[in-house]
Every structure is written in C-alpha cells, then in structure tokens.
Design a binder for this molecule. Structure first.
Ligand SMILES: CC(C)(COP(=O)(O)OP(=O)(O)OC[C@H]1O[C@@H](n2cnc3c(N)ncnc32)[C@H](O)[C@@H]1OP(=O)(O)O)[C@@H](O)C(=O)NCCC(=O)NCCS
Length: 161
C-alpha cells in the first residue's frame, strides 16, 4: 500500500467519483446505493447536496497523491455515521482500512455507526479491523441491487482508558 491521505473534494474529482460509484461489482457489494448508478444528473444533485450539508464531511481518499476513493462522516437520525468507497484499482492492499482509521481519528463523537450489507465481507473486515462491532441486523430494501438485503449495523465506542 502507498501513502494514504484524506483531503477535501473538488470539482475535478466528480468524474472519478461517478465512474467509481457505477462499477457494477462495487454496487453489488455496497447494495445500499443509488437506484440507477448510471444517472449522472441524479449523481450531480446527490453530491451537491452532500457538499452543501453542514452535517456531512466528505473526503477524497488518495494513495500516493492519486485518487483512490471517498470517505465520509454524516448524520442520520441523530447518529453520526461513517461510509467509504474505494476505487477498484486500489482494492486489496489496505487502503480502506487506513482511510477509515484516519476518518475516525478526525471525528471526536462516539459512538460512531456504520452500516454494511451482510454479504460485503471485505467491508465488514475493514470495520472490524478498525474496532467496530455488530449491534444489530435488519432486512432493508437495497436500491443498488433492487431487492431486500440483510444489513448489519456496527458501532465504534470510546476506547477504555
Ligand atoms: C469493501 C472495500 C471498501 C474494501 O476496500 P479495500 O481497500 O480493498 O479494503 P482493505 O484492503 O483495507 O481490507 C479488506 C479486508 O477484507 C478482506 N476481504 C476482502 N474480501 C473478502 C471476502 N470476500 N471475504 C472475507 N474477507 C475479505 C481482506 O482480506 C482484507 O482484510 P485483511 O487485511 O484482514 O486481509 C472496497 O472493495 C469497496 O469500496 N467496495 C465498494 C463499495 C463498498 O462496498 N463500500 C463499503 C460500503 S459499507
């Protein structure tokens, strides 16, 4: 793995993010995604909303300075949550794990929550390595795959002193 960093997102990143988020095998893994990942207008509206929101901290993940994905903190129903997406060219060498380590170190609030499709074993491994543990499971409709999927909720609590 190269040197991983998080930086702010700018206009030039949008094409790479759109392409990354419509990679079919990635959408299958994440499942809880846009209903139509090929819809650029819907993507532009969604990402503009994220960038405007005070409750969202959206970062680009870089590996050796090059685009490698996104990572974000956001609020949902009063809970602070993490999410991340790594571009396929950077998979399998610890980039997601390092990015999530950096992300959780930038957020003071605990507990921090994460949601993952139960079949997404890679993402579950990432969360577990960073210290998240399972709190519950539900069946939810997953727009990216168009069917109900088991979703696991995980939590990161403060480390014991
Ligand atoms: C899931 C994802 C984030 C993983 O990114 P990555 O940079 O390859 O992850 P890392 O290399 O840091 O860690 C992956 C871990 O999962 C493990 N893993 C990968 N595929 C696995 C599988 N099928 N079964 C079990 N473990 C698996 C790897 O062995 C590794 O663990 P290890 O370091 O203990 O060996 C990336 O594939 C991705 O962004 N996918 C699409 C979007 C997505 O799913 N986002 C998360 C939504 S919750």
């Amino acid at each position: 793995m190269g040197h991983v960093e998080l930086r702010g997102l700018d206009e030039d990143d949008l094409d790479a993010i759109f392409e990354m988020m419509r990679d079919r095998s990635a959408v299958e893994m994440a499942a809880f995604t846009a209903a139509n990942p090929d819809d650029r207008d819907a993507f532009d509206e969604w990402i503009a909303r994220q960038r405007r929101s005070d409750e969202v901290a959206l970062y680009v993940v870089t590996e050796n300075g090059g685009f490698a994905g996104t990572a974000a903190l956001f609020s949902a129903d009063g809970d602070r949550e993490v999410t991340y997406w790594i571009a396929r060219h950077a998979w399998g060498r610890g980039v997601a794990t390092e990015a999530l380590h950096i992300l959780v170190s930038r957020e003071a609030e605990r507990p921090l929550f994460a949601r993952v499709a139960a079949h997404n074993l890679g993402s579950l491994a990432v969360l577990t390595k960073v210290g998240f543990t399972e709190v519950s499971r539900d069946i939810e409709y997953a727009p990216g795959v168009g069917r109900d999927i088991e979703e696991i909720v995980l939590v990161l609590v403060p480390a014991l002193e």
